[in-house]
Design a protein around this ligand. Sequence first.
Ligand code: AP5
Length: 321
Amino acid sequence: MLFANSALRTASRRIVSASTRCSSRSLASASKTQTSSNEEFVRKTLPYLAAAGLAIGASTQFMEKENTECGMFGGKVEDAIKKTEDKFASYWPRNIMILFGPPGAGKGTHGPKIEEMLDIPQLSTGDMLRAAVAAQTEVGKKAQAVMKAGGLVSDDIVVGIIRDRITEEDCKFGFILDGFPRTLVQAQALDKMLAEEGACVTKVIELQVPDEVLEERICGRWIHKKSGRSFHVKFAPPKSMKTNADGTPIAESMKDDETGEALMQRPDDTSSALVKRLKGYHDETVPILSHYSPKGVVKEVNANQGMDGVWDEVLKSLSRK
Ligand code: AP5
């Protein structure tokens, strides 16, 4: 049953794309059942595809685009897809994964790639809290100092943030948690809120990296604030980077590859704050693994290797095969 939950929208995009072009084998076979009207075709084809585990939940935007381009089904496909999508959003379990690892492990590096592949959002409590700090909301004001020093924000605050966020529309088929839960109390709160809808954490991807390599990763990191894209002076330099004679980057040359906007360094990306962040990780966050391990959902990934190698392992850990 899980097929519908994770690859839902991505898979369905391919199928809908295929169906509108009438090029896939499944569709060709299904289209034999096409009779008098497009409506009948839609009625017969969609359940067929869903049952075959191939399509459900294409985005409305995508459907509109395809309908306009192909002009085959008018609004009927959209309605039928919406109906099927609603069904899965109501009755099928969500795909809920946790990206786990110490600061600098690669959660922010690989999270967006998983997000793009599975079409479920990556929810970073760190990003949400930084946005709250930037906007100087009540939560932001409370979190600012503790974050800068590398400490943990109170469980109440982050649990509240996540509780609200996961009810949003884009989380209906699942989500990727990055930086949450960070304490056993948070893990228990997460389990409880999921249990209320009969759901549970389906995967914990543990990025394993020894502490010794993290300082270089953290202190060399530059980020694009708006998108969260992460760069590194040595491991993932932006195309624009220029260096001084001693090899250090010239700050003004650090620009985002996609937008050309300025990159920044996080206030907590310092050697001294890292010591505290790592202590918090080992003391408070690592015990969460013992909480989820007996459920058989924890997948270990060697994140102490090149980024491509890490991604290969992440992909394997995501797959059911
Ligand atoms: P948060 O933003 O979650 O920070 P973090 O967990 O410390 O994680 P990072 O973002 O530093 O690490 P990452 O794994 O994403 O690393 P990245 O992929 O960028 O939290 C910040 C703060 O918010 C916390 O300290 C706390 O105060 C508060 N907070 C957040 N959530 C909370 C919660 N639930 N409860 C309480 N407080 C909370 O990689 C790092 C660098 O390494 C990059 O430059 C990258 O290019 C490079 N890199 C990545 N992979 C590789 C590789 N394989 N080889 C070489 N370089 C690599």
